[in-house]
Design a protein around this ligand. Structure first.
Ligand SMILES: [Zn+2]
Length: 283
């Protein structure tokens, strides 16, 4: 099984995770820019982070035969902090970089006027830079937040098939399917979406414009839940080709719209990586 995780926060994972992912068949990842837990106090810590997403992290991934791309944005949560908003003016220089395949994660956290403004401005940047957009949906009031998200996307003028609306569940999938946007699902060990629930959604709504990710970050999460979902699909009677479509060809198609997806360097299946050449930092 070859796997492309279209939404995973490798910044928060160790080399052990990279090794396990490589052994499980993960050959490509996209890491969206997001909130880092500790609130940032100014644009400089964003640009250092963005530089790491297009420099250090791809290098780290390459040690394990995993191709790494990023999406860049001011995340919804920090869009509310006046100290962070100047980042919006710095985004264009990152949106021109080769390894950046979408604007994201954008969207809503608490649905404030500040979030409205940042969301609209960043959708406009996606159109201007001819990039797809990766949209986060809020964890509170998921249905209301997703509905409003789709209205803002529709009003922005971006083509719906260039937008992935992520972190969906049984309540929000239908409205996103109807909108023509891609539907993204984050599979978690305890909350939100599980592999068996994901399989039911695929059975009901089909495989077209469906993205499955592990979203793994510092919370309780597991970077191998993409593999578990593939196994659950096979156990439920889906074919190997169906699994390949959802876990590989769909993310290639979505991010391929950027014109920048370069999968040379992805390990051939069966190829293993025994060790990392990354040196230990510090003293
Ligand atoms: Zn995320």
């Amino acid at each position: 099984m070859r796997i492309f995780d279209p939404h995973i926060h490798m910044t928060s994972r160790t080399t052990d995770d990279y090794a396990r992912m490589a052994a499980a068949g993960v050959r490509a990842v996209v890491e969206p820019a997001f909130w880092l837990g500790q609130p940032r106090t100014g644009p400089g810590s964003f640009t250092d982070y963005f530089d790491s997403l297009i420099g250090w992290e791809p290098y780290r991934a390459a040690q394990f035969g995993i191709v790494h791309h990023a999406t860049i944005a001011l995340n919804p949560k920090e869009a509310n902090d006046p100290r962070c908003r100047p980042v919006l003016d710095l985004l264009p220089r990152y949106l021109d970089k080769d390894r950046v395949v979408a604007v994201g994660e954008i969207g809503y956290d608490s649905m404030t006027p500040e979030e409205d403004d940042a969301f609209e401005r960043q959708l406009a940047l996606a159109v201007e830079h001819d990039l797809p957009a990766l949209v986060h949906t809020p964890h509170r009031d998921k249905a209301g937040g997703t509905r409003r998200t789709l209205e803002v996307v529709a009003a922005s003028g971006i083509a719906p098939d260039r937008v992935a609306v992520d972190h969906l569940n049984e309540v929000t999938v239908e409205m996103v399917r109807e909108s023509g946007c891609w539907a993204g699902f984050s599979i978690y060990p305890e909350t939100k979406m599980s592999p068996p629930r994901m399989v039911e959604i695929l059975r009901r709504y089909g495989l077209d414009r469906m993205l499955v990710n592990s979203a793994a970050d510092w919370g309780v999460s597991d970077p191998l839940l993409t593999l578990e979902t593939g196994r659950a699909m096979l156990a439920a009677g889906f074919t190997e080709d169906d699994v390949d479509r959802v876990l590989w060809r769909n993310p290639v198609e979505f991010y391929g719209q950027s014109g920048r997806l370069d999968l040379t360097g992805a390990a051939a299946s069966g190829e293993t990586f025994e060790g990392s050449s990354i040196k230990r930092g510090g003293s």
